[in-house]
Design a protein. Structure first.
Length: 315
């Protein structure tokens, strides 16, 4: 079994930042990623709100820079899917853990979980093809690209309505496609929606297709009561159908650390979980703000806490 001081699970901005900070402490660190380094960030066409880039920067470019920086300080990268994190008693080690993948087992003193979260997909034709070409899952990230454009928001509940209100700052009009005939939101939110002339609703409806050429041009919606379909012209589609834990999900931690009802990892402000030696950062943990900059801050804090924990264990 290969042994490390720290194993990081997930190669998004939180995991990469944690790797940079851990490696700079001259600890031996392995980063496990099951698919693409960068996670959702690598899919972002352009990021304008990340500090230090006044003109903005492409998501892939930012991820690539982070990865190169991590490699420079000695972070090892292995592309494998994690199946389980478990406790392991090993002679000479005060407290140790093992990370089990589909192919191998790795030993370590601390685990930093940065497995992230991904937006829940609609699973309709055109969604994948037009992601980054009019289809978005982040109003804060991409809203400014649709100034004076026609925008569609797909979703329901407080999150979808909040994002729709935010998008009225940019769009000419915002149409919310809603599966029911009424909103289940707070009174204040309902007042704001009713007062905003830019927002309209397509009630009792579901998106069945996203259409376009080089970019989004329209969506096809079905009336769930009448079972009829029609096209709605638009320039952008923002999908807020909820968030699900990214693959591998936090199921690999069930029974090991405390999770909330949705599977997000519960931590304190130092990124400690309910289990000593296991930390979490970024979008996989329960928190308020899910942004690149907050993920990086989480990663730095998790690395600091993991380093202090290892120093204590080593005496």
């Amino acid at each position: 079994m290969d042994n490390y001081d720290v194993i990081i699970i997930g190669g998004g901005p939180a995991g990469l930042t944690a790797g940079i900070y851990i490696a700079r402490s001259r600890l031996k660190v392995l980063l496990l990623e099951q698919s693409v380094i960068g996670g959702q960030l690598s899919m972002a066409n352009w990021i304008e709100n990340y500090p230090g880039f006044p003109e903005g920067i492409g998501g892939f470019e930012l991820v690539d820079n982070m990865k190169k920086q991590a490699e420079r300080y000695g972070v090892e990268f292995v592309y494998e899917k994690v199946k389980q994190v478990a406790a392991m008693k090993q002679q000479g080690t005060p407290s140790s853990l093992k990370v089990i993948t589909e192919d191998k087992q790795y030993g370590c003193m601390a685990v930093i979980n940065a497995s992230g979260a991904s937006a829940k997909k609609l699973g309709v034709p055109g969604e994948k093809e037009f992601t980054g070409k009019g289809v978005s899952y982040c109003a804060t990230c991409d809203g400014a690209f649709f100034k004076d454009k026609d925008i569609v928001v797909v979703g329901e509940g407080e999150i979808a309505v909040e994002e729709a209100l935010f998008l009225t700052k940019f769009g000419r009009k915002v149409t919310v496609v809603h599966r029911r005939d009424q909103l289940k939101v707070s009174g204040i939110m309902l007042e704001r929606v009713r007062k905003n002339e830019k927002i309209s609703f397509q009630w009792n409806s579901a998106v069945t297709e996203i259409k376009g050429d080089t970019k989004v041009r329209a969506i096809r919606v079905m009336d769930l009561m009448e079972k009829t379909e029609k096209d709605i012209a638009c320039d952008g589609v923002f999908i807020f159908a909820g968030f699900v834990s990214s693959m591998p999900s936090t199921d690999y931690l069930r029974g090991m650390v405390e999770l909330d009802e949705k599977g997000y990892i519960i931590t304190n402000n130092d990124m400690n979980t309910s289990k000593e030696g296991i930390f979490a950062c970024g979008d996989c943990r329960k928190k308020v703000s899910y942004q690149v900059v907050t993920a990086c801050g989480d990663g730095a804090m998790a690395a600091h806490s993991a380093r202090k924990y290892i120093e204590k264990m080593k005496g």
